[in-house]
Design a protein around this ligand. Structure first.
Ligand code: SF4
Length: 374
């Protein structure tokens, strides 16, 4: 292990852990936890039903639990993990960005986006991020700590409850349908907790939130061993790869992990993911003026993706949402158009992303407030 790695491991070891929560556990582990607390196993299942199926964590609403000790029981199994600090809305109320404070005063952001046919939540997987992409607000401050599984599930439960209550307005379905791990953090750097959260989100209610795995997207900046590990999980989740450049020279600068896992190795891992799962991979590409938006880079991107054929990949360019004070800014419209044209002419499927929530500052610095095709 490098000295930096040792320092990081020591710091994480010392970081206080969030309180244990029902959503950190599998259904079998929940039963055992109830037993350890001297409770009948059915108590864990009753509380899980309220939490996952009814999206409820208020003890007063759980009238099927014995009145005596109910508050303490719920506080023990469902401790408060996220405290809302601010909420900002855009798009006529159909986009909501929320900032939450965690038990140790760390913060995370979510963005909830309602559309006529679906509702998508962008969740955070870490408080901060160690990947240090220079154009990203989250990357500037480094990693504070990994989030627990329950801290991720709770982001989704709160969003699902808000959606079910009609909080996104009349033109939006009342069911959270999609979750994208594109908020703060690199999900594959918090692998085990993210997998547990994915399983709790996709288990049918009342064991979990009952979301379809096909409607979950894990976004990575290119941790190739994590991509291969994910491919072996037998999950139908979509993979989004934040590529941002087709050549090592630009990508080394934009996504520093590229110095370890270069462009070709990263694209190869993404293609292996497609082969293993049959799920088309999304390539995310933030268009940054005069840095990665040249027409020749569009052609090189097409060449490198198409070396594995068509149909396995979908490209999502998005104009950069600039971080205040940053030297990086969005591409000019003409450059965006030419970039898209070159990709399409080469035979790739391309969706130019809208920048939902940009006026409320997106999330994850840059990369959160957008939608992934289904
Ligand atoms: S862009 Fe994503 S991976 Fe890069 S620093 Fe920001 S949060 Fe981390």
């Amino acid at each position: 292990m490098t000295r930096d790695g040792q320092r990081e491991a020591t710091r994480r070891h010392r970081a206080p852990k969030p309180p244990k929560h029902l959503a950190d556990l599998t259904p079998g582990e929940r039963d055992l936890w109830a037993e350890d607390l001297g409770l009948p196993r059915m108590r864990a299942r009753q509380v899980a039903r309220h939490y996952f199926a009814r999206l409820e964590r208020e003890a007063a609403a759980m009238t099927d639990l014995p009145a005596e000790g109910r508050e303490q029981l719920v506080a023990r199994l469902l401790p408060e993990l996220l405290t809302e600090v601010t909420r900002r809305t855009a798009d006529g109320g159909a986009t909501i960005k929320a900032l939450y404070r965690l038990f140790d005063s760390a913060a995370l952001e979510t963005v909830l986006m309602g559309y006529p046919g679906r509702v998508t939540l962008c969740v955070s997987s870490q408080a901060g991020c160690a990947m240090a992409c220079p154009f990203c607000a989250t990357g500037r401050d480094g990693l504070r700590r990994n989030l627990s599984s329950a801290e991720m599930v709770e982001q989704a439960r709160l969003a699902a409850a808000l959606t079910a209550g009609g909080g996104l307005g009349p033109d939006v379905p009342r069911r959270l349908s999609n979750v994208v791990f594109m908020g703060m953090g690199e999900p594959l750097a918090n692998y085990r907790a993210v997998m547990t959260a994915v399983r709790a989100m996709t288990a049918p209610a009342p064991a979990g939130l009952g979301l379809s795995a096909r409607n979950l997207t894990i976004s990575t900046c290119g941790l190739t061993p994590g991509i291969d590990r994910l491919a072996g999980e037998g999950l139908a989740v979509r993979l989004a790869l934040s590529l941002h450049a087709p050549d090592d020279e630009a990508r080394d600068r934009l996504v520093p992990i590229n110095r370890r896992y270069g462009v070709q190795a990263t694209i190869a891992a993404a293609h292996r993911y497609f082969q293993a799962t049959g799920r088309r991979v999304s390539i995310e590409y933030a268009l940054i003026r005069d840095v990665n938006d040249q027409a020749w880079r569009a052609s090189l991107l097409a060449e490198r993706l198409l070396q594995y054929g068509r149909g396995w990949v979908h490209v999502n360019p998005i104009p950069l949402n600039p971080v205040p004070g940053s030297i990086w800014t969005a591409s000019r419209p003409a450059a965006q158009e030419e970039f898209r044209r070159r990709l399409e002419m080469a035979g790739l499927t391309v969706t130019m992303r809208d920048t939902r929530g940009q006026e409320i500052d997106g999330a994850c610095g840059q990369l959160a407030a957008r939608e992934v095709d289904n």
